[in-house]
Design a protein. Structure first.
Lengths: 398, 147
């Protein structure tokens, strides 16, 4: 089957702890990153005719396209796959727009300056304007102290611990592994900040079973990627990275996830809601988990990485804790080096678009923690909510 | 092990439920200290939180079924961080998901007020009671089931 599109340009802004982006607005950060990604591709803004983002990015394409003087927009799209679940979906939509001939060159971007707007870790209370169905749903959560995603994901992981004996130390292996990767990545917010299992265990509790070091960073940063057709990609500056397959969706009755709704079937509860997306992805790609050389998984919370490993079939249900403890996620010699730049736990929180950027670097061969001869990379977006994933393949140079 | 009950379990100033016509009967029942959930009168499936339509048969007719108020802890989280200012002196507290007896598949997000974080566990038998947090709003909370 024909690959959908190719990623030919990538860019990342500086990443800082939230609030430390003071030199420019979040909007400028988006624009700078888009310009850099187009330049990285060896293209110009005149080549760009499409835009995609996700999670209601504040920096709308109509402003971006106008201010960057894009002569002709042929396609623009965002996705209803919520929050950080939508990063791969945005790339997937862009790839579909190219594969269907609706656009020739699409920029996918996301810019988040939490310091200039709202920190994600804050309680959602107070953000409600009018009573939409989702607000009424939150009425079944907020009054009981279920105030943010941390509580929702803690509930899923706690159930997993109950069913399978997953331990807080298992979560620690995830966090410590990704930190070690970030410690070799100068761009990471946690560069130069080592972490041990003892540090992990001693960290202040946030929402048990999560301590501070199980929770993703709150940062300022932006990413952009440029996609064109696989044919056109051969003439771009770097080795192209093909989008072999993209999938998005949700299992039954997850609603907006583990939030107040709690509708999902019991056998689905202690998962990351990625099983249907994984099925679709593997089927579309014609490969399976054993073929993957490197993975970028969504690490809003360490424990959710475990659930996602199971959803995508890298280990059996209930075995992800021991799998992580075995060193499987570790670069360079683990069975499945994962979050090789440090992920949301230790590189930066760009809602998972930085995971796609790292996937591209791995397949270009330019990652700081390069997996030798990496040819296939799985990238998966936010779990425990409607979610999405990409299978990326190293392309050929002209 | 039973911790002393706090009343109210969470402090004044916590968010109150936002209500639509679809969800109002649930909250009105709480005001009367009754626990009800929606049941499809066409196929019998239970659902919660309230919605206009049945997820199983897609029919809109429904009734509000009173439940016995007993249930079992399905999962829980222990909140240590005061995500809102009123919580500053109220952490840690727990959030529990309770599977309700009499309504297969229905789970309620709530709190178990008389069991400390160290003793709370999946499978614990609990029963509902109602806390009048304002003159207009009563919240369903849970305590250890009494024999």
């Amino acid at each position: 089957m024909r690959d959908l599109a190719a990623i030919v340009g990538i860019a990342e802004s500086e990443y800082t702890k939230w609030g430390r982006l003071t030199r420019c607005t979040e909007y400028q950060l988006a624009l700078e990153t888009i310009v850099a990604a187009v330049a990285d591709a060896g293209l110009t803004m005149d080549d760009v005719d499409g835009f995609a983002s996700f999670s209601n990015d504040r920096n709308e394409f109509s402003f971006v396209a106008t201010d960057l003087g894009v002569p002709r927009v042929a396609w623009a799209g965002t996705t209803w796959i919520v929050g950080g679940g939508g990063a791969c979906a945005a790339v997937g939509e862009a790839a579909a727009a190219i594969a269907s001939g609706r656009a020739r060159c699409v920029v996918v971007y996301r810019s988040i300056a939490m310091g200039q707007f709202r920190r994600f870790g804050r309680a959602l209370a107070g953000d409600v304007q009018g009573v939409r169905p989702q607000d009424a749903a939150l009425g079944f959560a907020l009054p009981f102290g279920f105030l943010n995603a941390t509580v929702g994901m803690a509930l899923l992981v706690r159930r997993h611990m109950h069913l399978y004996g997953t331990s807080e130390e298992h979560l620690g292996h995830v966090a410590v592994t990704f930190r070690a990767h970030a410690n070799r990545n100068p761009a990471a917010v946690m560069y130069g900040r080592p972490m041990t299992l003892a540090d992990h265990a001693a960290a202040p509790r946030i929402v048990e079973p999560f301590g501070l070091l199980d929770c993703c960073l709150e940062t300022d940063g932006a990413n952009a990627l440029v996609l064109v057709s696989p044919e056109r990609a051969r003439d771009c500056r770097h080795r192209p990275v093909h989008v072999v397959a993209a999938a998005q969706g949700s299992g039954p009755r997850w609603g907006c996830g583990a939030w107040a709704m709690q509708y999902m079937p019991e056998e689905d509860y202690a998962t990351g809601n990625g099983r249907t997306v994984a099925d679709d992805l593997w089927r579309a790609a014609g490969v399976g988990p054993a073929d993957v050389d490197v993975a970028q998984l969504y690490d809003h919370y360490s424990g959710m990485v475990l659930l996602q490993l199971e959803d995508f079939g890298f280990c059996a249900r209930g075995e992800s804790g021991p799998f992580a403890a075995s060193g499987a996620l570790r670069w360079p010699d683990g069975a499945l080096p994962t979050n090789t730049a440090g992920g949301s736990l230790s590189e930066a929180y760009v809602h998972g678009l930085n995971h796609v950027v790292e996937g591209v670097k791995q397949l270009r061969g330019t990652a700081v923690n390069q997996v030798a001869d990496a040819e296939l990379c799985l990238v998966a977006s936010g779990s425990g909510i409607p979610t999405s994933a990409l299978l990326l393949r190293r392309g050929e140079r002209a | 092990m039973s911790a002393p009950a706090r009343s109210p379990y969470l402090p004044p100033g916590m968010p109150l439920p936002a209500v639509t016509d679809d969800t109002r009967p649930f909250w009105d029942a709480c005001r009367r200290h009754a626990l009800v959930v929606q049941r499809c009168t066409a196929c019998g499936a239970f659902r919660h939180p309230p919605t206009p339509v049945c997820w199983r048969c897609r029919r809109f007719e429904h009734e509000w079924t009173p439940l016995p108020g007993t249930g079992t802890v399905f999962s829980y989280a222990v909140v240590h961080r005061a995500f809102l200012p009123p919580l500053a002196d109220h952490v840690p507290f727990t959030v529990a998901v309770v599977a309700l007896d009499g309504a297969p598949g229905v789970r309620l997000v709530s709190n178990v007020v008389d069991v400390g974080p160290d003793a709370l566990h999946v499978g614990l038998a609990v029963e509902v009671f109602f806390e009048d947090v304002t003159p207009e709003v009563s919240l369903p909370r849970f305590r250890l089931r009494r024999p």
